[in-house]
Design a protein around this ligand. Structure first.
Ligand SMILES: [Zn+2]
Length: 366
């Protein structure tokens, strides 16, 4: 029996003094017939529902799919950093085996990223030669996902030569049909987007979430806020735009745009927050970024001007609710993280959890 005490943060409005773990599940009252002395382990501090990374690619490396051993190491790095729930934002590897591993974080999959040949990173996505195949491909990815589909909505078009720049991958009518297909099957759709040009089509189609969102203009931000569509700013990824631009010398228009978006990334995120857009935390780990860096993304958001209390809520209970996953509740799986300090007052403490508890087992620290 595990005893967690101190400040147990349930949601924005609710705080408890203690919770208990019996048979891997949370109980909010001391189990009948048990005494405090019966606890085999007591953990004290600020107790939060396990952290959530909504843009994290388990099974993806710099050159595409990785082995199960590497995917496991990625998942362990996330877990040890307190990330106990992942919405993978597309993975070329089949990670379904993770579900049978009680020691690994829970993953809500989005199937394979849907892209076009030469219009995304090689070996990352499923490439459709004919854009008209997108709705059918969405139906197939819904079948292998856990309720999410990931579209690559824009990428550099190198066929434009020196004028090469970000361009949408899909015609608006195809996008609209594709999103309808997902919604009809009960799935939600998110989209990779760096550009401004891809956004009107996505919004018209009824997109459910926006990844990166660096091209959002003030008018589009107002629209996204009005509709309550969450944006995942992935500041660690956007922090690499300068380096991406530096390697794109043959495409000066593209490079200049990436540099502009890089330079104003923090101001941009503050604009999103000020407009009331729900912001979610995504590390974009897998590919080129390391796993286990959710605390760094949180610190970047705070640096951009988002209040730490909002960042912590988004990293934990708020996003769990949005994804339909339990947080701290009677009978819920005991997936929690314990910190020595209140992360709403000192965001840096997210990088140093005192203990990580997954399905009632202390898997790190403690
Ligand atoms: Zn990504």
């Amino acid at each position: 029996m595990l005893h967690l005490r101190g400040r147990v943060l349930v949601d924005d409005a609710t705080e408890l003094d203690e919770v208990w773990v019996v048979d891997g599940r949370l109980t909010l009252e001391r189990p009948r017939g048990r005494r405090v002395a019966d606890a085999t382990t007591t953990l004290e501090g600020w107790v939060l529902p396990g952290l959530v990374d909504v843009h994290c690619h388990v099974g993806l490396g710099a050159d595409g799919a990785v082995s199960a051993e590497v995917a496991e190491a990625q998942a362990v790095a996330d877990r040890d950093a307190g990330t106990l729930l992942i919405r993978d934002a597309g993975s070329p590897a089949d990670t379904r085996w993770v579900d049978a591993r009680p020691d690994l974080p829970r993953i809500l999959r989005a199937g394979h990223h849907l892209a076009r040949p030469k219009r995304y990173l090689r070996h990352y996505g499923r490439e459709l030669a004919d854009v008209a195949d997108l709705p059918a491909a969405v139906a197939e990815e819904v079948a292998r996902s856990d309720g999410w589909v990931k579209l690559v909505a824009d990428w550099i078009d190198r066929d434009l030569g020196a004028e090469g720049d970000l361009r949408p991958l899909w015609p608006d009518d195809v996008l609209a049909r594709a999103v309808d297909v997902a919604h009809a099957r009960g799935a939600r759709v998110t989209a990779h987007t760096f550009s401004t040009e891809a956004l009107p089509g996505l919004l018209a189609a009824g997109i459910d979430c926006i990844e990166h969102g660096t091209g959002l203009t003030p008018e589009l931000i107002d629209e996204v806020a009005r509709r309550g569509i969450p944006v995942v700013p992935t500041l660690l990824q956007v922090g690499q735009f300068e380096a991406i631009a530096a390697q794109a010398g043959r495409y000066p228009v593209f490079a200049a745009r990436m540099r502009r978006m890089h330079a104003r990334r923090h101001e941009h995120v503050r604009d999103l927050h000020d407009a009331g857009v729900p912001l979610l935390l995504g590390t974009d780990a897998g590919g080129t970024l390391e796993h286990g860096r959710l605390a760094d993304e949180a610190a970047e958001l705070v640096h951009a001007g988002v209040p730490a209390a909002d960042v912590v809520a988004a990293a934990s209970w708020r996003t769990r609710r949005w994804l339909g996953a339990p947080g701290i509740a009677e009978g819920a799986p005991a997936d929690v993280v314990v910190y020595p300090q209140d992360p709403r007052e000192e965001i840096a403490v997210l990088a140093a959890p005192r203990a990580v508890v997954l399905r009632g087992a202390v898997v790190a620290g403690g």
